[in-house]
Design a protein around this ligand. Structure first.
Ligand code: SF4
Ligand code: SF4
Length: 267
């Protein structure tokens, strides 16, 4: 994302909208500026603020007049008064940022919007996590921190060394050049995204081992990591296998999402 300095009147509205704090008012130019290294191309600034088309020279003059009277002229907080945003024509590998950061962009690898993962939400149809297995979603970067692909790489290598199975229909997996070693394509490693999810599954007996591995590796990674666990219930709708392991490890498991088997493949 870019901001047209000829149009920006430095009202600062957009600085509150950017989820990763990539927009700042440059004191030298007195214009809002995007730190392109940190920008994850989520388009929250561009789509989140109404674009008004006031004349920049007029707005600047008005602000100056108000300033001399020790008053402030500020536009409504949800507008960019001069439509100053100028989205870049994104090219590979920067397109990866947008695919993982703007929830309205369908991910090329899966066709699913946003981060492009369905996790275990559709397990009653996909049957991805079977009895005796546990599925993990390891989520990086939320809220408002973001994650670099080079940090995802650290986790993927560690998980691959532990012999886990990466979910095939997952955007992070789709960017691996070698799924057996968990190696992500080199050209995306310096891309930053708002968040990304690694999806794996292992036999239930390995639950504790994998959680401890994630705990270890996350210490080397400069972002937030959230762990989701998916397991199948027994015939009574209970899970008495994975939940006790989580409790032993200090978690207080709550059911976040439950598939009740209403989803059916019809065609
Ligand atoms: S909202 Fe628009 S005019 Fe205001 S600082 Fe941001 S880019 Fe500039
Ligand atoms: S596109 Fe997103 S990350 Fe980039 S400057 Fe706008 S709000 Fe911030």
């Amino acid at each position: 994302m870019k901001i047209n300095p000829d149009k920006c009147v430095a009202c600062g509205n957009c600085t509150y909208v950017c989820p990763v704090g990539a927009i700042y008012i440059d004191p030298a130019t007195r214009r809002a500026t995007v730190n392109s290294k940190e920008c994850v191309e989520c388009y929250a600034c561009y789509n989140g603020l109404s674009q008004e088309h006031l004349n920049p020279t007029f707005v600047r003059s008005l602000r100056k007049v108000f300033q001399t009277l020790r008053l402030r002229f500020d536009p409504e907080p949800d507008v960019c008064p001069t439509a100053a945003f100028a989205p870049d024509e994104l090219v590979w590998p920067r397109t990866v940022r947008r695919a993982f950061s703007d929830p309205r962009v369908p991910h090329e690898s899966t066709g699913v919007h946003g981060r492009g993962t369905e996790e275990v939400k559709t397990n009653d149809v996909s049957g991805r996590v079977k009895a005796g297995e546990v599925g993990f979603t390891i989520e990086f970067g939320r809220p408002g921190v973001g994650v670099w692909f080079r940090d995802l790489q650290t986790m993927c290598w560690a998980l691959a060394r532990a012999g886990v199975s990466f979910e095939k229909r997952n955007p992070v997996t789709s960017l691996m050049s070698d799924v057996t070693t968990g190696t992500i394509r080199e050209d995306v490693l310096n891309e930053k995204v708002l968040s990304a999810i690694i999806e794996i599954k292992v036999p239930v007996e390995r639950t504790e081992e994998i959680i401890r591995l994630v705990w270890d590796v996350e210490k080397q990674i400069d972002t937030v990591v959230a762990l989701g666990v998916g397991a199948r219930c027994d015939d009574q709708g209970e899970d008495n296998v994975v939940a006790p392991i989580l409790e032993r490890l200090g978690y207080h498991p709550q059911r976040a999402k439950t598939n009740i088997g209403l989803g059916r493949v019809t065609a």
